[in-house]
Design a binder for this molecule. Structure first.
Ligand code: PHE
Length: 354
């Protein structure tokens, strides 16, 4: 093999590489030069037959050819790959005008809707929302609300008790327990104006009672707070939720943590007080328990009852939702039947009694 022959091969190689215009052709050249019977492969296997004094030059030439080819090969390949990618990106654009897959819109649970309605109303009157725990100590749920162990008021509020080392713990029976937390946490022992919505538990189960239901509690503490403030507040509350026409009345009642205590009725918003099945022909519907915070309770929670008075009220959120949406059985509220839940929506602000 002489120099002339090597030069010829170099020329051919250079010419071939200049002609590369596709990946397919590039791969053909790879076979032609580096394949099993490729030109460079063959030159390589000839090295052993070359006389010693020419071996070095010959070997260098073969290496040079191989480098020339592989560098050029890699450069071309990179360009082809990039071109292919660009083409793909150009053709694969997303058409954002095409209709998307329909996503089913959920709806808020009637309890959430009702709770938010109450919260919005009280926040607009300057109250803050305060949530106490559902798992309570006997002390907070009963004792600090003036219901010591063995008090008959406990009979009406049987609940779920925890065992073993948590023996003194139970699921709260009323949101009134949040009053205790709020008063104790308020280290300034100054005025308070809160509403406390949340779940409560009792050992009850029928069409109008569920072992789990929801209440909302209101508590106002300040100097010179009177029963008149309570009445004005509750009148406003009932009119805003049930309609301007409703009237309220106070009936004397008993709660251990308020004194005096009242039960609050609203004139039947279905028959306007004439008498119907909803109000059981009485013209009135009981909706709230309320009263002036008992001085013992204030004292047990660190307040000075000589300086501060307060009023409190509590009502069932479920009960209001049943009135508002005409739900006949409280158990459907917690049944999680999607067909039931879907019927309530924020858009439905109309007041309907069936
Ligand atoms: N917690 C009482 C109940 O569950 C209601 C109530 C709240 C009464 C606040 C007076 C004051 O029946």
């Amino acid at each position: 093999m002489n120099n002339e022959k090597l030069n010829e091969i170099r020329k051919e190689l250079e010419l071939d590489l200049e002609k590369v215009d596709s990946e397919a052709y590039l791969n053909e050249l790879k076979v032609k030069y580096l394949g099993k019977k490729g030109l460079i492969t063959e030159l390589n296997s000839e090295i052993k037959n070359i006389p010693n004094e020419q071996k070095k030059d010959f070997g260098m030439a073969v290496n040079e050819f191989r480098n020339l080819f592989t560098t050029s090969y890699e450069q071309h390949l990179a360009i082809f790959k990039e071109e292919a990618l660009n083409k793909k990106l150009e053709t694969e654009t997303i058409d954002i005008t095409l209709p998307s897959k329909k996503i089913k819109r959920g709806s808020l649970h009637p309890m959430t809707l009702m709770t938010e309605e109450f919260e919005d109303l009280f926040v607009s009157m300057g109250y803050t929302v305060y949530e106490g725990p559902e798992l309570e100590s006997d002390e907070n749920c009963f004792q600090k609300l003036n219901i010591p162990k063995g008090h008959p008021a406990r009979d009406a509020q049987d609940t779920f008790y925890l065992k073993d080392e948590f023996e003194n713990f139970l699921l709260r029976t009323q949101t009134s327990t949040a009053q205790v937390h709020a008063m104790e946490e308020n280290t300034a022992k100054g005025p308070l104006r809160i509403v406390c919505p949340g779940k409560v538990y009792r050992r009850d189960e029928d069409a109008t009672h569920s072992h789990q239901f929801m209440q909302i509690e209101g508590l106002v503490i300040d100097e010179n707070v009177s029963m008149a403030d309570l009445k004005g507040t509750l009148e406003m509350f009932c009119k805003k939720i049930l309609g301007d026409k409703v009237e309220i009345r106070f009936r004397p009642s008993y709660f251990p943590f308020t004194e005096p205590s009242v039960e609050v009725d609203v004139s039947c918003f279905k028959c306007q007080g004439k008498g119907c099945n909803l109000c059981k022909q009485t013209g009135w519907i009981e909706v709230l328990g309320a009263g002036m915070v008992h001085p013992h309770v204030l004292e047990m929670c660190g307040y000075d009852p000589k300086k501060y008075q307060g009023f409190a009220f509590g009502t069932g959120i479920d009960r209001f939702a049943m009135f508002k949406y005409g739900i006949p059985d409280i158990r459907t509220i917690y049944g999680n039947d999607i067909r039931f839940i879907e019927q309530f929506d924020r858009k439905d602000d109309t007041y309907e009694v069936k």
